[in-house]
Design a protein around this ligand. Structure first.
Ligand code: SF4
Length: 183
């Protein structure tokens, strides 16, 4: 997928409703591991028991206490917070930069979803409070096609009757599903 940063025009037409039935987490997992996406989407939600995820949640709660009140839900999509000034900017808080590419596509999906509903959102910011870093994300025209392609891919993975095979990846040891795959 392309990370280019030329802002996109807003779309004329709304996407089919099933597009917005996919969550941002599923888009991120599509980027990370199709097996993880399948397990998570079949309600095997090990993330709820993961120390890494809990640590990220607590950190986010502490650092962005005021903004947490601005959490926004769009269908099944849950945005950490929005800032609405001259433009609408999506903000996402993450614990670690290890899966930065997946975080970028998660935010791009949020921008895609908001634009599809007629909200003029073209920019996002990913916060990594632990590293005291921020990453700007801009939605480009090419991103729209890439997101639509990802959504098709996600639906194909979810339609499988069995989880995709284990594929060892550098982040497996920190994955909440490690015990399902390697023990
Ligand atoms: S442990 Fe590795 S292969 Fe298994 S779900 Fe997680 S990332 Fe995918």
């Amino acid at each position: 997928m392309n990370r280019n940063t030329t802002p996109a025009e807003l779309p004329d037409a709304l996407p089919p409703p099933e597009d917005l039935a996919v969550t941002g987490t599923q888009v991120a997992y599509w980027m990370v591991c199709h097996r993880k996406l399948w397990l998570f989407s079949h309600n095997l939600n090990m993330e709820a028991f993961s120390d890494f995820v809990e640590m990220g949640r607590l950190l986010s709660l502490e650092r962005f206490r005021r903004e947490r009140k601005k959490e926004v839900e769009v269908g099944r999509i849950k945005l950490d917070f929005l800032r609405v000034g001259e433009e609408v900017v999506v903000h996402e808080v993450k614990h670690s930069r290890a899966l930065e590419e997946a975080h970028i596509w998660q935010v791009k999906y949020y921008l895609f979803a908001l634009q599809s509903l007629g909200v003029p959102a073209r920019r996002g910011v990913i916060h990594y409070p632990r590293q005291m870093r921020k990453l700007d994300v801009t939605f480009s025209e090419e991103d729209r096609a890439a997101i639509q392609e990802a959504l098709e891919g996600i639906r194909a993975v979810l339609a499988r009757t069995q989880p995709p095979e284990v594929e060892r990846k550098p982040y497996c040891k920190k994955c909440a599903y490690y015990f399902f795959c390697f023990i």
